[in-house]
Design a protein around this ligand. Sequence first.
Ligand SMILES: *[C@@H]1O[C@H](CO)[C@@H](O)[C@H](O)[C@H]1NC(C)=O
Ligand SMILES: *[C@@H]1O[C@H](CO)[C@@H](O)[C@H](O)[C@H]1NC(C)=O
Ligand SMILES: *[C@@H]1O[C@H](CO)[C@@H](O)[C@H](O)[C@H]1NC(C)=O
Ligand SMILES: *[C@@H]1O[C@H](CO)[C@@H](O)[C@H](O)[C@H]1NC(C)=O
Length: 219
Amino acid sequence: MSVVYADLNLARTREPKAESPPPLSPDTCRCPRWHRLALKFGCAGLILLVLSVIGLGVLVLSLLQKLSVQEISTDVQKNRTNPTDSSAKCPQDWLSHRDKCFHVSRASNTWEEGLADCDGKGATLLLIQDQEELRFIQNSTRGEDNSFWIGLNYTSTDKNWKWINGSTLNSDVVKINGDSTKGSCAAISRGKAVSESCVSDNRWICQKELKRETTCNDS
Ligand SMILES: *[C@@H]1O[C@H](CO)[C@@H](O)[C@H](O)[C@H]1NC(C)=O
Ligand SMILES: *[C@@H]1O[C@H](CO)[C@@H](O)[C@H](O)[C@H]1NC(C)=O
Ligand SMILES: *[C@@H]1O[C@H](CO)[C@@H](O)[C@H](O)[C@H]1NC(C)=O
Ligand SMILES: *[C@@H]1O[C@H](CO)[C@@H](O)[C@H](O)[C@H]1NC(C)=O
């Protein structure tokens, strides 16, 4: 402690001695004109610099804000111009396969009631497009003891199986097991397409086709 104190004292007492210049005349103390001018300009420059830095900061901030606003609005636009993103998805509880959605009913009812139920869902009874889709349906209903109505019934006037879209059944795609008689409707049972009385109680499968906005059939 005492050493430090002494040192400080020494420094203090020594300082003026070491730097004590001879008393200056007022003339020599005054800086030259250019020096004072330079100082003023320097000061002004410094203030300008500080101001411009602040200005730049504000500019950058507002630019960033604008950018983020634009980003959000482009996001919104993207969401608006891309409604297919949401409509290209199947509703909850619906199975999705290729560009179709499928719903398997829990309840059992007649073929006509199944038809009406699908209609109420904005769907139709299942129309089996090809073997691949049949396989998907077979797999999806595998292990179920029930039969599931599909959109196919026997029209006695034509003596033919007809899809509910009006097309006649192509037996290369689906083969119906069982008698084809008046009042027969088709169901999927244990992986097979079977003929059953339209008034029996079965569960049923509805389908919905996913709308693709790009499919413009102008040709
Ligand atoms: C756009 O939609 C996606 C999901 O599809 C969502 O995560 C995002 O928040 C939406 N953006 C805006 C700005 O609504
Ligand atoms: C009706 O559905 C069947 C089975 O999916 C299909 O083969 C046929 O092309 C469809 N007909 C029309 C006119 O869409
Ligand atoms: C069959 O269905 C099961 C679920 O029920 C699924 O995990 C599997 O991928 C399906 N297989 C085929 C070939 O569709
Ligand atoms: C078969 O389906 C058609 C509609 O596709 C319907 O008009 C007809 O009544 C149905 N037949 C029976 C027996 O339910």
